[in-house]
Design a protein around this ligand. Structure first.
Ligand SMILES: *Cc1c(COP(=O)(O)O)cnc(C)c1O
Length: 232
């Protein structure tokens, strides 16, 4: 068994154990975050059974995608979105986790090719109340959700967050709980959403305990990331 295959198995066990400590019983999907990692490592994870991969840079992801055409990978876009990249993203990914402005949602909707299924969308929410962090403020989520569900080429799936990193487990829980509460509130308002994308290598256990359905894990699978320019 390769190192990556072994780490994937360890993480899947941790995910299962985290679920067992709650009574939520939600499905939890592992998204392997492969930004700046080589196509060899992605292929290794794919052969070990990993299907969904997350990338942060559109052009890098598309280059890799063309080298991995023989693999049936489900590509998720999880990076910041520049307006001039919306077309590439809408053409090449099945999910986008980082929508926080209507303007970007509209551009993605317009650029989504008609022969592809609707693009799955998560609204990125700022759970840390830090002005520098990406993501929409909590009180603005419902308005953006209302607009996104009107767009037939997009499918609103739920919320995503990247809380401020902290080793303080209680703080991790508090930040994830805020987003879970917003998620439940939207469901109660009638939005048909099923996805909470939260939790990374250092905090995914807390995220699952607070209801995450997708955890985005990079370094715990692939090791430390090479710098971007080094390797594509
Ligand atoms: C890089 C990244 C991750 C993975 O981070 P790790 O700490 O390496 O697990 C998850 N989500 C987003 C949005 C990222 O940019």
């Amino acid at each position: 068994m390769t190192i990556i295959a072994n780490l994937l198995q360890v993480i899947q066990e941790n995910i299962l154990n985290a679920k067992l400590t709650t009574n939520r019983n939600q499905n939890v999907q592992l998204l392997a975050v492969s930004k700046t990692q080589s196509t060899e490592k992605i292929r290794e994870a794919y052969i070990a059974g990993q299907i969904s991969f997350g990338e942060n840079y559109a052009q890098e992801a598309i280059n890799k995608k063309s080298l991995l055409e023989d693999c049936n990978i489900d590509w998720h876009y999880i990076g910041p979105i520049q307006s001039n990249k919306t077309q590439l993203i809408a053409q090449h990914f099945s999910w986008v986790h980082t929508v926080s402005r209507l303007k970007i949602a509209l551009r993605l909707a317009n650029a989504r090719p008609a022969d592809l299924p609707p693009l799955n969308i998560c609204i990125q929410v700022n759970s840390s109340n830090e002005p520098t962090k990406n993501g929409i403020q909590l009180q603005e989520v419902a308005d953006l959700a209302t607009e996104i569900v009107k767009l037939p080429t997009l499918k609103l799936r739920g919320l995503m967050t990247i809380p401020a990193p902290t080793q303080d487990i209680a703080k991790q829980h508090a930040q994830f709980k805020i987003i879970h509460d917003v998620f439940v509130n939207l469901q109660q308002q009638g939005f048909k959403i099923d996805t909470l994308s939260m939790g990374m290598s250092d905090d995914y256990v807390a995220a699952i305990q607070e209801g995450a359905t997708i955890v985005r894990i990079g370094s715990a699978i692939f090791g430390t990331r090479p710098k971007l320019k080094q390797k594509v």
